[in-house]
Design a protein around this ligand. Structure first.
Ligand SMILES: [Zn+2]
Length: 466
């Protein structure tokens, strides 16, 4: 195993990071300064800024994207009206992934300054989605993440280890990116390939690189923490005295995972919420509140009919990105369910930014089952709890290939007896109904899904059957 060296922080942070950002045509450093200033603003100032930026992004969309120009005309929205307010946004119908798929040429401004870079979603929730990002959006998202990491004392150039899905075959671009990331003290460990031997290597990397933060899928970081515990390592800092926080994203953080990560790494587990298509959205502050980057985004929660949910109710996150010009996202339904804190409540940290009190993850983090003649969605957690309670299960994955079948893969130890297995099957059946075939498969190792996530529950029914 070859261990990389770290770049001194005083070179990586103040010199190399601004330089690489500038070479990429991004003004991220200036934006971090602005956001660090505006995080102290009262809510009224943040709303004024949103209104100003909304106006700008709608005018650009009307001029450069025929899809949006048509939508605005249909809704009778005059984007040049200086009185245009945040309330006027609600007159526009929300857009979905299907709209992006169908109309992406008419939604994209390819001649946008700095160009439109193609991106794809991972495809863990079905077909991958092609979309475009410009340098304004890229730097706005990066700056919002760095501002929020600043809440935890983590700055650009601080050593960071990412536990993330990585391709096995590296292209020339991937190699260049790794070289650049190395200069900036960012090191990638492959969450696609978490065998016991690799996890031993990953722990050695942490001891050697002494990162200021770890970043990754909560399920992968929890797997690494459990592996460290199984190797007899003492709970604590696992060799990084510099570590300030473990940032988790991409999946819902389960309480059991939070506990094992916090115990083994000895630092707070901080939730970052965002998506590849929607960008960086929110991060928890030291008071534990998930603050939205209001300067960059307008977040609404909608019901299935497209109406705003009542305050305090769960709704689908619908996002308007205020810095996306190459492919504007105006009222884009992200597919995650969440609840917003009452706008009247204030956070002890003093920030006035809106707060997500719950994020329930993708609509597809659900299992679909029949109850009598009706079809209902059940949150994946209800199955996860059954398996978590069972004795002797180190790891598991539930796959629902069709409405009447459930495949449960488990990595058992000696405590998982046939009696335990029967108990698990009965409890799953209570939740799923009698007409579902439940198969339990004993495995030595469960490889991650194609997207690299160690997802516990995967349903393939949701998108087809509804
Ligand atoms: Zn706060």
């Amino acid at each position: 195993m070859r261990l990389p060296l770290t770049m001194p922080r005083w070179i990586a942070g103040p010199i190399l990071w601004p330089l690489t950002e500038r070479l990429r045509g991004r003004d991220t450093m200036r934006r971090v300064e602005q956001l660090t200033h505006s995080q102290n603003w009262p809510a009224k100032h943040l709303r004024d800024l949103q209104q100003h930026k909304l106006h700008r992004v709608l005018r650009s969309a009307a001029r450069h994207c025929p899809f949006y120009a048509q939508r605005f005309r249909d809704a009778g929205l005059d984007v040049d009206d200086p009185q245009l307010s945040l309330a006027d946004l609600k007159r526009l119908p929300p857009i979905t992934r299907a709209d992006i798929r169908e109309h992406h040429a008419a939604m994209t401004w390819h001649e946008c300054p700095g160009g439109a870079r193609p991106y794809q979603t991972g495809g863990s929730t079905g077909e991958p989605l092609q979309f475009y990002i410009d340098r304004f959006r890229a730097s706005a998202d990066a700056a919002a993440r760095w501002r929020a990491r600043g809440y935890w004392g983590v700055r650009p150039g601080d050593p960071e280890i990412l536990l993330w899905g990585a391709p096995f075959e590296l292209t020339r671009n991937d190699r260049l990116r790794r070289w650049r990331d190395g200069l900036l003290n960012q090191y990638l460990l492959n969450a696609f390939d978490m065998t016991a031997a690799n996890m031993d290597d990953y722990l050695a990397h942490i001891r050697s690189l002494r990162p200021a933060c770890l970043y990754g899928y909560p399920s992968s970081l929890a797997l690494l923490a459990r592996h460290a515990a199984s190797r007899g390592m003492q709970p604590g800092n696992l060799g990084s005295d510099r570590l300030r926080a473990v940032f988790v994203t991409g999946e819902v953080l389960l309480e059991q995972d939070r506990e094992i990560i916090a115990a083994m790494f000895g630092k707070p587990v901080v939730v970052e919420y965002g998506s590849r298509d929607g960008g960086f959205t929110a991060m928890a502050c030291p008071s534990g509140q998930l603050h939205i980057a209001d300067e960059n985004l307008i977040i609404e929660l909608l019901d299935p009919a497209g109406q705003q949910v009542a305050p305090g109710e769960i709704g689908e996150i619908t996002l308007t990105h205020l810095d996306a010009f190459a492919m504007p996202l105006v009222r884009y339904r992200i597919g995650d369910l969440a609840r917003l804190a009452d706008p009247g409540t204030s956070c002890p940290c003093g920030r006035a930014h809106a707060v997500l009190t719950e994020v329930h993850g993708r609509v597809t983090d659900h299992i679909v089952c029949r109850q009598g003649s009706t079809v209902r969605r059940m949150h994946a957690l209800s199955l996860i709890y059954v398996l978590r309670e069972a004795e002797g299960l180190a790891q598991f994955r539930v796959t629902q290939p069709s409405m009447d079948r459930l495949d449960v893969e488990v990595v058992p130890d000696a405590r998982f007896t046939t009696r335990q297995e029967q108990l698990v099957e009965n409890r799953l059946r209570q939740r799923m109904g009698d007409n579902v075939t439940i198969r339990i498969h004993r495995r030595d190792h469960i490889p991650p899904t194609a997207s690299g996530k160690h997802a516990c529950v995967v349903s393939k029914v949701v998108e087809n059957d509804e």
